[in-house]
Design a protein around this ligand. Structure first.
Ligand code: ZN
Length: 63
């Protein structure tokens, strides 16, 4: 999926890739890359839930 204007370096569009061993984010504009597989959880729980909903809806969906 694509996170528009979410690059911390250039505010460009970040492509979010996931596969069986984890995931990573990469900016289409500047090439910034973040390995998301070992990213520490952000502080606020609500922020975490919102992020999960956006990025991993299949994990949050219950029932
Ligand atoms: Zn960028």
């Amino acid at each position: 999926m694509l996170n528009l204007k979410s690059c911390p370096r250039c505010n460009g569009d970040v492509n979010v890739e996931r596969d069986w061993y984890g995931g990573y984010e990469s900016c289409l504009q500047c090439g910034w890359v973040k390995d998301a597989s070992d990213e520490p959880l952000p502080g606020p729980l609500q922020l975490t839930l919102d992020k999960l909903n956006l990025e991993f809806p299949e994990l949050v969906r219950v029932g």
